[in-house]
Design a protein around this ligand. Structure first.
Ligand SMILES: *[C@@H]1O[C@H](CO)[C@@H](O)[C@H](O)[C@H]1NC(C)=O
Ligand SMILES: *[C@@H]1O[C@H](CO)[C@@H](O)[C@H](O)[C@H]1NC(C)=O
Length: 516
């Protein structure tokens, strides 16, 4: 074989192995960071270099990783447990509120001097940019800045706002708004409501919120592009130009909606089975739990310590009557605990769920917690509080391995009832195991799939062959309004013609009559 060819082949293998990837996860919520960190780790392990923009920097990181600290300095007013408790029925979060909140987060992140330093460093180049999608979209500009493909990471079940960025709006009959609590099929008024909601949300997104985002895009990224002597592209041109969506979702968990070919479902990629490890204390507690262990955690955003004292006491009363061990995540110590209750500030949730003695998971119903319950086949009680948690919990309840309990002052009584139901009815556990099997039964492991698709997008310079034609067809063409116009024109012309011909004959007839 030709030696030159051999050398070039060899160098191809060498240079192609390592890409530089920028991951931007600005959302100041720990659950988002879990996903960003997992993606970074998978790409690092595959031999790539990762720059990770995060509000939760770690103390030490591997050699090939660089962190850019964008710790959020504003107030996060969304997670007030007491506020949610006061209202008997909690309303799902409003699109306007969360959109403006995330806009503020992203504006502050771009202004952060750590990120400014990175953006204004002329030596930086990247092969791909992965951005966490959460309502505000101004970070799309970075893909153009580095002339590389854009990949969205979607942390929720597929919804219209992300689908329309890479394909088209789904029909609201099958897929309501992102934070809708009810699940399909919809009744007549519900369908009507979803349609009206989608139309009004479109006005909000494309007019009011767009002007806010577009202005910030120009104001914040304009100078960065100018320093690089590059023209700033239009916000809309880059917004609809993503190569791929990596979605932390799976048809077994959410709805089986139709997805474009560049929408890759890798639900559960953040779960690393090799990492599950319990501290010695926890291991002993769990190993010795003859009647099993119940895990109770409201996630990282809601603080159980914000619960009123009397509610905590009545919950402990309920737990003390159980034969099971209860492990509760609370951010502060509680005095006079019943013997079978352990409270921990922080706990290795996945490792506890992975233990065969874990028989029930009481959760707020965040998608990551739900996914972990699927992964380990543990029945659950969902106490949804905001965002997509209502839908998540309703969907698992429908599948028969969960019960929903409302967050109200009646929580202890309702919870007691639900715990008894799940512990005494074997069906819940059977369904949990069945759905876990379905969740795992895939041709490719989602962890491998993430790395594969990121590499594929870079190899193919943006995988533009996957781009949906729907993005380049204007609305009037999609709805055949031009054809409708033409048909109406022809009809009008015909009517005009026929009317006049008839008139002509009638006039002639009258003239003939008169002549006679
Ligand atoms: C509770 O309800 C009141 C009145 O309807 C509302 O102003 C308030 O924002 C609600 N609180 C939460 C946390 O939803
Ligand atoms: C859109 O993406 C492709 C592939 O990454 C890239 O070549 C192109 O320059 C991008 N267009 C804009 C306007 O950013």
């Amino acid at each position: 074989m030709n030696i030159k060819l051999l050398i070039s082949l060899f160098s191809f293998v060498l240079t192609c192995d390592c890409y530089k990837i920028l991951i931007v996860f600005t959302t100041p919520m720990k659950s988002h960071n879990i996903l960003g960190e997992a993606a970074a780790e998978l790409l690092l392990n595959a031999g790539h270099e990762v720059t990770y923009v995060t509000p939760f920097p770690k103390e030490s990181v591997p050699d090939k990783m660089r962190q850019v600290d964008v710790t959020y300095i504003g107030k996060i007013g969304l997670f007030d447990l007491k506020g949610y408790l006061k209202n008997d029925t909690v309303k799902p979060m409003s699109l306007r509120k969360i959109s403006y909140f995330m806009h503020d987060v992203n504006v502050k992140a771009i202004q952060n001097e750590n990120l400014q330093q990175l953006l204004n460093d002329p030596s930086q180049r990247f092969d791909a940019v992965i951005v966490d999608w959460l309502f505000s979209e101004i970070f799309v500009g970075l893909a153009s800045l580095y002339d590389c493909p854009l990949i969205w990471m979607s942390t929720m079940d597929p919804h219209w706002q992300i689908l329309r960025l890479v394909d088209e709006m789904p029909n609201p009959v099958f897929l309501g708004r992102c934070f809708l609590d009810r699940i399909v099929p919809f009744r007549f008024w519900e369908r009507t409501q979803e349609l009206l909601y989608q139309i009004s949300s479109l006005f909000f997104k494309d007019i009011e919120f767009f002007s806010e985002e577009d202005a910030a895009f120009k104001r914040l990224l304009g100078p960065v592009f100018a320093r690089k002597k590059k023209p700033l592209p239009s916000f809309n041109a880059v917004r609809y130009n993503a190569s791929l969506v990596l979605s932390n979702s799976h048809h077994s968990i959410g709805y089986p909606v139709k997805l474009p070919p560049n929408f890759i479902s890798i639900g559960g990629f953040f779960i690393d089975d090799k990492k599950q490890r319990l501290s010695l204390d926890l291991q002993t507690i769990m190993d010795n739990a003859k009647h099993g262990v119940i895990l109770f955690s409201l996630g990282s955003n809601l603080k159980s310590k914000d619960m009123p004292e009397h509610l905590v006491r009545s919950l402990l009363n309920v737990f003390s009557e159980l034969k099971q061990i209860v492990i509760w995540k609370v951010e502060e110590q509680i005095a006079d605990l019943p013997q079978n209750v352990h409270v921990l500030k922080w706990l290795p949730q996945q490792s506890i769920l992975a233990h065969s003695n874990c028989i029930l998971f009481i959760t707020h119903g965040g998608l990551l917690s739900i996914t972990e319950a699927y992964h380990h086949g543990v029945p659950l009680i969902g106490i949804p509080v905001f965002a997509d948690q209502f839908k998540n919990v309703n969907l698992v309840s429908k599948k028969g391995f969960a019960k929903k309990v409302d967050l109200t002052y009646n929580l202890p009584g309702d919870l007691k009832h639900a715990i008894n139901e799940i512990l005494h009815n074997k069906r819940y556990l059977e369904q949990a195991k069945l759905w876990s099997e379905i969740f795992h039964h895939r041709s490719v492991n989602p962890r491998k799939e993430l790395v594969h698709w990121v590499e594929h997008v870079i190899h193919t310079r943006g995988a533009t062959y996957l781009r949906s034609p729907a993005l380049d067809v204007p609305l009037y063409q999609k709805m055949y309004l031009d054809l409708l116009g033409l048909v109406m024109l022809v009809l009008m012309a015909l009517t005009f013609l026929i009317k006049n011909v008839i008139k002509l004959f009638m006039v002639r007839g009258i003239v003939h009559e008169k002549m006679e």
